[in-house]
Design a protein around this ligand. Structure first.
Ligand code: GAL
Length: 423
């Protein structure tokens, strides 16, 4: 999946770096810098993708000092507290959204606006809401690098063939096929027990079972009435039903280990963001051959604009030279060739619509087609809610999934409270 950086690609990267260097050199500073970069991309597919970024930064003359921290739930608080505590890294991945809102408002992030305007980011970054999520009081403080949607199901075609049933094309067919998989000794649904995984699944059910209006009413309007609706009850019932489709070993399982169950045929399917594609890629599997993908669980062709952005905390030493290096790195991450190579490896959609993605596989092509229709593009929960509110949702969903003694009614009542007080 990942195209190794060949001669032409390296030439393009150097061109981008030269352009950015020209901009920063005009500020009177330049030179090679060691840039410590924090992120949580540690699975096989994620590592392949982050390697594209690292290669590009190293090819520009700076040095990428890798600061990987496994698991978003672990990495995010470490990253945010380091910046707040005056021990900033040179650059960091976070989710596109409200992760770093407080730090931006406290003036702790490098302003990228002059670079963004010089390079015309507003002209090629789409949807424009991605850049809105990086903008505070008219200034830009992060650079979106991809679009990752949680609204996907990944299915192992061979598992369904072994079970003697057709590969499902929607959630109800998936539920109907589950007993046949069980009889064949195959776990119908692969799940990892991390709270964000269960919470993410609920967002997929919101669309597939409640429709786009329900999702928007909750994730845009923060409507307690929508949270209390009968449509939302269906989501709780689906999460409860999913308990009987997973294996006993799900607790604490990392998302990519659940993906590996689908890749190896131990499980039929997984509801997970399209970062799962990176795992199929490094496993040498091809969309449409070994695996299939259902955007919106095959019910609605939707995607949400989850994904990642890079922030550049204001340096506490060697400020001029490090800031210059940060700007050069930001320019590289949105450059055309790096966007193609990174997103093909990551399984995400690029943030720019003016590049050649003919190499994208069937599933990415489905995502690109959905992206063309703004009516089917939804905000992610990271864009909608603060980290604190998301944490409350995650705690509720994982508790409900793990404890069948919690009634749908009680869980939904708590959900309504969280939505009603969401900021
Ligand atoms: C998400 C992130 C993705 C992905 C995933 C699993 O928050 O946006 O890039 O890697 O976590 O680690």
């Amino acid at each position: 999946m990942a195209s190794p950086l060949g001669g032409i690609e390296m030439f393009n990267i150097k061109t981008a770096a030269v352009a950015a260097a020209a901009l920063v050199a005009s500020a009177g500073v330049a030179g090679a810098e060691k840039i410590e970069v924090t992120h949580w991309w540690t699975s096989g597919g994620e590592a392949a993708a982050v390697g594209v970024f690292a290669d590009a930064v190293n090819a520009s003359g700076h040095e990428w000092v890798d600061g990987a921290i496994a698991g978003g739930g672990n990495a995010r608080p470490v990253i945010l507290s380091r910046i707040a505590g005056g021990d900033p890294m040179g650059a960091t991945q976070l989710n596109t959204g409200r992760d770093a809102e407080d730090l931006v408002q406290a003036g702790l992030m490098t302003d990228l606006t002059d670079l963004a305007e010089a390079e015309g980011w507003a002209d090629f970054i789409r949807p424009s809401k991605l850049l809105d999520s990086c903008t505070y009081e008219g200034r830009i403080y992060c650079v979106p690098v991809n679009i990752h949607s949680f609204q996907w199901m990944w299915l192992n075609r061979g598992a369904y063939a072994t079970a003697g049933v057709a590969v499902p094309t929607n959630w109800s067919e998936f539920e109907a096929a589950a007993p046949a998989l069980r009889d064949a000794g195959i776990t119908p649904l692969a799940v990892g027990g991390e709270a964000w995984q269960i919470s993410g699944m609920s967002g997929v059910f919101q669309v597939a079972l409640g429709g786009l209006d329900l999702y928007r009413a909750i994730n845009v309007d923060k409507s307690p009435e929508a949270a209390a609706s009968a449509d939302m009850t269906k989501v709780f019932e689906a999460i409860a039903a999913a308990r009987s489709m997973v294996d006993d070993g799900y607790v604490g399982r990392a998302w990519n280990d659940a993906t590996a169950m689908v890749i190896t045929g131990k499980a039929g399917a997984q509801i997970m963001g399209d970062w799962a594609q990176g795992e199929f890629g490094v496993a040498g599997q091809t969309a449409g051959d070994e695996y299939d993908c259902l955007p919106g669980l095959g019910v609605y062709p939707v995607l949400d604009t989850g994904g990642d952005a890079f922030y550049f905390p204001k340096p506490t030493k060697n400020a001029d030279a490090m800031t210059a290096a940060q700007l050069e790195m930001a320019s590289l991450l949105v450059s055309k060739q790096v966007q193609v190579d990174f997103n093909l490896a990551k399984g995400s959609l690029p943030i720019r619509g003016d590049i050649d993605l003919s190499a994208a596989n069937d599933c990415m092509q489905k995502g690109l087609a959905i992206l063309e229709n703004p009516d089917n593009v939804l905000p992610s929960s990271e864009q909608a809610f603060t980290g604190d509110t998301q944490g409350q949702f995650e705690d509720l969903w994982v508790s409900f999934f793990n404890d069948p003694s919690i009634s749908v009614e009680d869980a939904q009542a708590r959900y309504v409270e969280i939505v009603a007080s969401a900021d």
